[in-house]
Design a protein around this ligand. Structure first.
Ligand SMILES: NCc1[nH]cc(CCC(=O)O)c1CC(=O)O
Length: 307
């Protein structure tokens, strides 16, 4: 039969969680099969993925509470866990594509993506921190910077900082349509990054809105984004399709932690066929128009030869 859409290793990006220490590999309780790795084990995990043809990785750090502060200074400190992880992966696997997450939340004592003052997010002051973070990532060897915070003007700001410092070749994958979603819960467990008060509705999008995604996407494109991302994926396939039809830029979709947890829980209960359910999810995201899929299923689908 003729088949319109396929998923291959080249479409997949694997999110990986990093934790400090040595020889650490701890499973995330709400994400069976997904672990937090210390750098030594991270390198071995990247190696086994590379052997499967999976070469793109998005790194996320779990930061000790004691290192967090209101300005997320740990996010751009020389010698930090995250910067060491980027440079060691790049050194050992120069052909790997390393995507880095630019957002304050894992490093913020408030658990927010921006600087908070009197309960308000300070957008412009936050941009300065994001610029420092993006530059530190590029200097450590990042190939693609992924701002995931939804502050206004961040793509243009980061593009300028990168260009002025000789990193014109480093791309930006912008979280353009990031919804204030219930499906990020397991990720916040993995990183211990849940907001300490309030929620993220002030800067993430309202799940009821579709056309607002177009406005956000056009701004990001005008500011110099190289990829536009929609997140989460499954509850927002219409948004993926909308952006696909309205831009020439490649679309990425983030099949987030809660989507993974939901599928795994049903599989563990024997309620779904694992191979069929997972491949159908990935196909549907491709069919909606995503070129790249960030998914916690990336390694297992290749290991099991399900694609
Ligand atoms: N900068 C925040 C960020 N970057 C990636 C995710 C979620 C990814 C997932 O759920 O898998 C989040 C969650 C949030 O907004 O709290």
């Amino acid at each position: 039969m003729v088949q319109e859409t396929h998923v291959s290793a080249a479409n997949l990006i694997f999110p990986l969680f990093i934790v400090d220490g040595e020889n650490q590999k701890t499973e995330v309780a709400s994400m069976p099969g997904i672990y937090r790795y210390s750098i030594d084990n991270l390198l071995r995990e990247v190696e086994s993925c590379m052997k499967l043809g999976l070469t793109s990785f998005d790194l996320f750090p779990n930061i000790e509470e004691a290192l967090k502060d209101k300005l997320a200074t740990e996010s751009h400190r020389e010698g930090s866990l995250y910067l060491r992880a980027i440079s060691q992966v790049k050194k050992e696997f120069p052909e790997a594509c390393i995507i880095t997450d630019v957002a304050m939340d894992p490093y913020s004592s408030d658990g927010h993506d921006g600087i908070v003052e009197n309960g308000e997010i300070l957008n412009d002051e936050t941009l300065e921190v994001l610029g420092k973070m993006a530059l530190a990532h590029a200097q450590s060897g990042a190939d693609i910077i992924a701002p995931s915070d939804m502050m206004d003007g961040r793509v243009g700001y980061i593009r300028r900082v990168l260009d002025e410092n000789g990193f014109k070749h480093v791309s930006i994958m912008s979280y353009s349509a990031k919804y204030a979603s219930a499906f990020y819960g397991p990720f916040r467990d993995a990183l211990n990054s849940a907001p300490k008060f309030g929620d993220k509705k002030g800067y993430q999008m309202n799940p009821a809105n579709q056309r607002e995604a177009l406005i956000e996407a056009r701004l990001d494109e005008a500011e110099g984004a190289d990829f536009l991302m929609v997140k989460p994926a499954l509850p927002y396939l219409d948004v993926i399709k909308l952006l696909k039809d309205s831009t020439e830029l490649p679309i990425a979709a983030y099949n987030v932690s809660g989507e993974y947890a939901m599928i795994k829980a049903a599989i563990q209960n024997g309620w779904l066929n694992e191979q069929r359910a997972i491949t159908e999810v990935l196909l549907s995201i491709r069919r909606a128009g995503a070129t790249a899929i960030l998914t916690y299923h990336a390694k297992e689908v290749l290991e099991n030869k399900w694609l």
